[in-house]
Design a binder for this molecule. Structure first.
Ligand code: ADP
Length: 658
């Protein structure tokens, strides 16, 4: 019971030691990991702050410079162009957009009124006479008579609008009458006013006549249709006349062009005409919203037309409002932003009304937001960090920390394992040493006390015959031999422990070793419970061995065979040649061993926990000494055993080759 208590107390202590060791690993590991994660976090914050500082210092200037350069150049170009058309500013917008793509349209404001787009100010009121003929033409469909009337009114009227209307009406009536050749001839005269013509048609009428001519060519499949279309498209684009009529003429001409096979020239003219129509449309829409109070050189949303931005420049006698569509504007910003973006940040732009002009999204908050000065003071640029930037920046650091952590953890774990093993080994050694002392004391006490009793008996003369005294003496000698063996074993073990054991290897006949061992055991084995067979092969080769050590080996094995056998002991010692050397085999019919026991018997102080093992004397050192000696001889020891059946120990040592 006391033992058990001790063991469990020892186990508890061990448990505490192991727990402390585990804590010694876990605690620093947790601290280390926490410290590293904090370091990475701080590192991220530091990098973030550094980047914010860098971009805050760099981006607003960079944006401002880029915008100012870009739009400053455009402004210079624009002003230069305006100067060229100083006398007739109305021509400027369409000329400009033909060449450049930065603006889509313009509104020109001169001396208090809008001069582009061009509005028709005084629509002429045609006289009642013309209206009467219209009745003839449209209601009665009497074209013949209508032509006559138109000719008459045209030649007598002093109002130019009436004269133009009559000329057009005649062409109209001729074509309605089916006299297309004549209608074309008349129309050609209008479209290409020859020198004889008394009336000089204004641009609007020339353009309308041209349109009419193209129409007639189309109806008659005239071979000049394509050339005419080309001419009229470019001519109408060039002429300056009210915007709405120009849009109508150009639109119609484009529609007529759809019916012919397009030449490259025509295609580019159509494109140009479309651009002009678009410019006019935008100019018309914006003209109503033109505010001359708009701050100069500042891009603003055109009120009510969200997809349009305007910038106004002062002229010597008015203003020019440059108009940019949102597509063009976002194209500009895309380029601007691309120049300033990199793999770390991206930017978003919002116009003066806060409308974003990009399609980017971000769930994060911008780390920097500013107004680009110069042309865009109300606009806002937001700068965001790209996703995963900081993770990427600290990744290398993280990897380094990770490996340091792994190394430290591994190192600490190993340290703890080694310490635990050392402590456990030390604890085991202490226990074994205590056991050993107890065993030694016990083992020494038994032969000594029996010797003392025998010697006392002889000294007191308490024996009847001389024979008995001799027997007592023999017994004393036997105990003495046992004591010597025991002490020999202890000494060998002690030397072994201190690595002081030196072997005196000499060339020797194996038979000599075996015979000496048998001689040492003879007295012990010489009783009726024990049958001891010795078989030593003849002509065995010499071995290189320490005779005394080898005798110790065999004596230990024979002693064990005796100790661990039942009353009817059969012990056999065989010495024979083996392919690896000379084999000494000690076989018994004793208690045998389990596999588990066999694996441990060569350990120091090991004693199998069988009842017999405990009842016999022993220290658990014999076989460890045997193993030590055999190893020193470069030999090997094997054991075969079955519980209850007996055991066989085979020791093989190499033969002496010289
Ligand atoms: P001990 O002093 O206890 O005999 P040993 O080192 O000689 O120490 O043996 C270790 C253990 O091996 C023994 O306690 C015993 O249990 C087992 N053993 C050794 N030889 C034999 C054998 N011949 N038969 C059965 N068990 C044996």
């Amino acid at each position: 019971m006391r033992n058990k208590g001790k063991i469990s107390a020892g186990h508890n202590q061990m448990r505490w030691v192991i727990l402390l060791l585990v804590i010694a690993v876990v605690l620093p590991t947790v601290c280390l990991l926490w410290f590293m994660s904090q370091t990475v976090k701080n590192e991220r914050l530091a990098i973030r702050q550094k980047l914010i500082d860098i971009y805050t210092a760099k981006l607003p200037n960079s944006f401002a410079n880029y915008c100012n350069d870009y739009w400053g150049n455009i402004e210079n170009k624009l002003i230069k162009n305006i100067d060229e058309y100083e006398d007739n500013l109305k021509i400027f917008p369409e000329k400009y957009i033909e060449q450049y793509e930065d603006f889509s349209a313009f509104v020109i404001y001169e001396q208090g009124k809008i001069t582009y787009p061009i509005f028709e100010h005084n629509t002429p009121v045609l006289s009642d006479r013309v209206c009467d003929v219209w009745k003839l033409e449209y209601v009665d469909r009497n074209f013949q008579e209508a032509i006559k009337q138109y000719e008459f009114i045209g030649s007598t009227s002093s109002i130019m609008e009436v004269v133009y209307e009559c000329k057009f009406a005649i062409v109209r009536c001729l074509s309605k009458q089916g006299e297309l050749a004549q209608a074309i001839a008349q129309c050609e005269l209008l479209a290409y006013q020859d020198a004889n013509e008394t009336v000089n048609l204004p641009p609007k009428q020339i353009a309308l006549a041209g349109l009419m001519l193209v129409n007639l060519y189309g109806r008659t499949n005239n071979e000049n249709l394509l050339a005419e279309l080309e001419y009229q498209l470019s001519n109408s684009a060039k002429l300056v006349f009210p915007t709405e009529t120009k849009m109508f003429v150009l639109g119609k001409l484009i529609a007529l062009a759809a019916e012919v096979e397009l030449s490259d020239k025509l295609k580019s003219q159509i494109e140009n005409a479309e651009r002009i129509i678009n410019c006019q449309k935008i100019a018309l829409a914006a003209s109503g919203l033109f505010e001359s109070s708009m701050p100069e050189k500042t891009f603003r949303n055109i009120p009510k037309i969200k997809s349009l931005y305007g910038i106004s420049f002062r002229l010597y006698n008015g203003d020019v409002l440059g108009l940019v569509t949102s597509e063009k504007m976002s194209q500009f910003w895309q380029e601007t932003v691309e120049i300033n973006e990199d793999e770390i940040v991206f930017c978003r732009v919002a116009d003066g009304l806060g409308l974003r002009i990009d399609s980017k999204t971000s769930s994060e908050q911008p780390f920097l937001s500013f107004n680009p000065s110069g042309f865009f003071p109300d606009w806002k640029i937001e700068v965001y960090f790209r996703q995963g930037v900081f993770a990427a920046a600290t990744r290398q650091q993280q990897v380094v920390y990770f490996w340091i952590a792994i190394l430290v953890i591994v190192f600490m774990t190993l340290l703890v394992i080694f310490s635990a093993r050392a402590i456990l080994r030390q604890a085991k050694m202490n226990r074994l040493k205590n056991d050993f002392i107890a065993t030694v004391t016990h083992e020494l006490k038994t032969p000594l006390s029996s010797m003392r009793v025998l010697v006392d008996t002889i000294l007191q003369g308490n024996y009847e015959e001389e024979k008995t005294a001799t027997e007592y003496m023999k017994l004393i000698s036997k105990e003495n031999a046992r004591l010597s063996r025991l002490i020999d074993n202890f000494l060998t073990f002690s030397r072994m422990e201190r690595n002081k054991q030196a072997f005196n290897l000499i060339k020797i006949a194996p038979a000599k070793i075996a015979e000496s061992a048998v001689e040492a055991m003879r007295t012990k084995f010489n009783n009726e419970n024990c049958r001891f067979n010795v078989a030593i092969d003849e002509n065995l080769p010499f071995v290189l061995a320490d005779k005394d050590a080898m005798i110790t080996v065999l004596v230990n094995l024979l002693d064990n065979a005796y100790k661990y056998s039942y009353d009817d002991k059969q012990i056999e010692l065989k010495v024979f040649g083996d392919e690896a050397g000379v084999c000494f085999s000690v076989k018994d019919n004793g208690i045998g061993m389990t596999r588990r026991q066999m694996r441990k018997i060569f350990d120091r102080f090991y004693q199998a926990d069988s009842s017999l093992a405990r009842s016999v004397e022993g220290t658990g050192l014999g076989l460890s000494i045997v193993k030590f000696i055999i190893d020193a001889h470069k030999g090997k020891i094997e054991v075969e055993s079955k519980p209850g059946k007996g055991s066989e120990f085979r020791v093989v040592i190499p033969i002496c080759k010289d």
